[in-house]
Write a protein that binds this ligand. Structure first.
Ligand SMILES: [Zn+2]
Length: 281
């Protein structure tokens, strides 16, 4: 009489454990939210091509992303700086504008700045770090070479660089300076990919989604579809050689993971992402 009861109890306990484990595993499946971080007019598209094959201006978007992993939220890129935008003129090469701040954008998904535990930065340019200081309690994940361009003791002052946009991490505290790929949560679902060339510490982000499959956020390895299609390299890039190696590596990663590339500045790529509160999973 006892044995069936014991067996039943074991079965029930095992079944309960399975339920708990399954729900935990599902809780950890990442969600990808795409934020509208503004638009940017580029006065001369040829700044995006060192062989000057374009004509006229270029209208791009700026996108940022929130990746939810369990109860943790990571922001990927931090858009334009609100103060810096105010002084923009029609004759400037880059003319950004925004309709809402990142703080306003994440409110739509029920988040406040202190909910963001990590900020991953694709690279140290003004359009990717502008509002980072709003998330001052978050850990900064940045390419070591990009951090050092801004803050190393021997860093050269440069009008195009804005260390003040990351001043909350100027003391080196709460920063991971990355020198290669980085598996953010240790389970392979969210991986920062070292893709130097646009800047020396430039990075992309791979997110493995259960239903949608693998998505790779480009950073500025490519600024828009045509540059990807033709392998064109921006005048802004710090190394042609590193960029070509990163192009090759990106193609391999996309192929190996059957992944979709999302070019962060490309208006069409942005338009096909879900808008908050909707997300990809
Ligand atoms: Zn950019």
């Amino acid at each position: 009489m006892f044995r069936p009861i014991i067996v039943s109890a074991v079965v029930v306990v095992l079944a309960l454990l399975t339920v708990v484990q399954t729900s935990r595993a599902e809780d950890q499946e990442p969600r990808l939210y795409t934020l509208d971080c503004g638009k940017i007019k580029v006065l001369d598209a040829n700044i995006m091509d060192d062989t000057d094959s374009y004509a006229g201006p270029l209208e791009l978007v700026a996108s940022c992303y929130v990746i939810q992993h369990g109860n943790d939220y990571m922001l990927w890129d931090a858009g334009f700086n609100l103060e810096a935008i105010k002084g923009v003129k029609d004759t400037d090469m880059f003319q950004p504008k925004i309709e809402k701040t990142i703080e306003q954008a994440i409110a739509v998904i029920g988040l406040k700045p202190s909910d963001i535990k990590k900020i991953g930065i694709s690279h140290n340019h003004f359009d990717h770090i502008g509002q980072a200081n709003v998330f001052k309690d978050a850990e900064l994940l940045i390419g070591a070479a990009d951090y050092d361009m801004l803050f190393a003791p021997d860093a050269k002052p440069d009008a195009d660089l804005h260390p003040e946009f990351l001043s909350e991490w100027a003391d080196g505290q709460n920063v991971q300076k990355l020198t290669g790929d980085h598996d953010v949560y240790g389970d392979g679902s969210v991986v920062i990919l070292s893709m130097p060339g646009h800047t020396p510490g430039h990075q992309a982000l791979m997110v493995k989604l259960k239903n949608v499959g693998t998505v790779v956020l480009s950073g500025d390895l490519y600024h828009f579809k045509e540059n990807y299609k033709h392998g064109r390299i921006s005048d802004l890039n710090t190394s042609r050689e590193q960029t070509l190696a990163s192009f090759k590596r990106m193609d391999e990663i996309l192929r190996e993971n059957s992944a979709q590339l999302v070019i962060q500045h490309d208006p069409e790529h942005f338009a096909r992402m879900k808008q908050p509160p909707e997300y990809l999973e």
